[in-house]
Design a protein around this ligand. Structure first.
Ligand SMILES: Cc1ncc(COP(=O)(O)O)c(C=O)c1O
Length: 425
């Protein structure tokens, strides 16, 4: 009998991986504070102290701003809402181009569309899966209004370089930092280097509130515009002294007191939670170092990676196995790896058929020459179609024994790759 689980042998991981669950006593305490008080949301959609939300929302925002050294933190009901609000606050309008990576969750690229903005896809760097600044620079045009950098998998994009590029052209840098809480570049927190940073508190992240998002900014005018878009801003522009009505059409993107209570309790322990995820990722990376054709995550000099996802690269030639067969064999060992992350976003029907807002092609109709054909971002396509293999660091909480079993399982697949490829042929 083969040693490989895929070929009938025993699997390396002998018990299901526990899930990463971090809700505890402090979350209950703060939620109970809200329940005892009975005010589950403190927002009013009109000009008053309550325009800025309830007591727990404000405590969360204050704590967040202090922690990240940002002048303002504006909570939202999700990072998706935060990205949309950010596009509104910086003044995106019909036909404006916004440079985005294609390898990210879809919210990054759809946020500009709500204001008629056109997503322009720039390719990524293979080592970190984040935007390649040279590719971004080559795409800046007179219509470019913003860049959205994604700190993908918890690794900072080249933020200082992108900020310098944005400043040079007088455009905005927005950071989609949904996956990168406490990541740093040259000691500065990801999410605070762009004009606006957007964090996620959805259930899958290092810290969570079920759903939720936070925008950070040092610019008080942008903070006010974010607050207005969050909460029916059209009603308050006169009272708030907002004279530029661009995008002052508000939504209800408000966070509840209950979510804020959970978010605050989680924020209080974020350093420990992130350090635990980093230790896990480093143990797995160390265990997988030196295998032929398997490259553990690379960290750019001066960066702190927080490993939302452990992103491996597979070189099929050096490994002597197809990536997909490798993943199948590793999965059979009880290790939930997956091949490819999110299909490069320009392959979505929305971009292929150029239908987004209404059925008439808006806003793509404002930019008739642009195509979203395959080949647009070859590095992204190569990573997705051939090389990327991921493991969700924030989904599972394996014991040290299981970490050793996981490493042994991957090593077993690599050691037995010849048998595997012969049996698969
Ligand atoms: C990179 C990225 N951007 C944006 C989002 C959207 O976050 P939310 O679910 O809080 O709206 C996510 C969520 O997974 C994400 O990973």
């Amino acid at each position: 009998m083969s040693k490989l689980a895929l070929l009938g042998g025993p699997s390396s991981v002998t018990a299901p991986l526990p899930l990463f669950r971090t809700i505890g006593r402090r979350e209950r305490e703060l939620v109970n504070e809200v329940l005892d008080n009975g005010l589950l949301s403190g927002f009013f959609g009109s000009w008053s102290p309550e325009f800025y939300g309830g007591a727990m929302v404000r405590r969360l925002e204050e704590h967040w701003a202090t922690m990240f050294g940002a002048r303002h933190a504006v909570s939202m009901n999700s990072a998706t809402s935060g990205l949309i609000a950010a596009m509104g606050a910086i003044g995106i309008g019909p036909g404006d181009e916004v440079i985005v990576p294609p390898y990210t969750m879809s919210a990054t690229a759809i946020a500009p569309l709500f204001y008629g903005g056109i997503p322009v896809f720039a390719d990524i760097e293979a080592q970190t899966f984040c935007l390649d600044p040279a590719k971004v620079a080559a795409l800046v045009s007179p219509r470019t209004k913003a860049i959205i950098a994604v700190n993908l998998f918890g690794h900072p994009a080249p933020l200082a370089e992108l900020r310098a590029l944005a400043d040079k052209h007088g455009i905005s840098l927005v950071e989609d930092n949904a996956q990168g809480i406490l990541a740093r570049e040259s000691g500065r927190y990801a999410g605070t280097i762009g004009h606006i940073g957007v964090f996620s508190l959805n259930v899958h992240k290092h810290i969570q509130a079920g759903e939720g998002g936070i925008c950070t900014t040092d610019d008080p005018a942008l903070a006010l515009r974010l607050q207005a878009i969050r909460n029916h801003g059209e009603n308050v522009v006169n009272a708030a002294g907002i004279t530029d009505l661009t995008n002052m059409v508000g939504f209800n993107f408000r966070m509840t007191e209950l979510s804020a209570a959970v978010g605050l309790a989680q924020l209080e322990k974020v350093e420990d939670l992130v350090a635990g995820r980093q230790a896990l990722a480093r143990d797995l990376s160390a265990g997988l170092t030196g295998l032929p054709g398997v490259t553990p995550p690379e960290v750019r000099a001066g960066c702190e990676h927080v490993y939302y996802v452990l992103a491996l690269r597979i070189d099929e030639g050096a490994l002597g196995l197809s990536r997909d067969l490798f993943v199948k064999a590793v999965e059979a060992e009880g290790i939930p790896l997956y091949a490819g992350y999110i299909n490069p976003l320009y392959r979505l029907p929305m971009f292929q058929q150029r239908i987004a807002i209404g059925g008439g092609g808006f806003p793509f109709s404002l930019d008739p020459g642009r195509t979203y054909a395959d080949g647009l971002c070859p590095v992204t396509e190569r990573m997705h179609d051939e090389q990327f293999v991921g493991y969700e660091i924030c989904a599972y909480d394996p014991t040290p024994e299981q970490v050793a079993q996981m490493v042994a399982g991957v090593r077993k697949v690599v050691e037995n790759r010849r048998e595997l490829s012969e049996r698969a042929a």
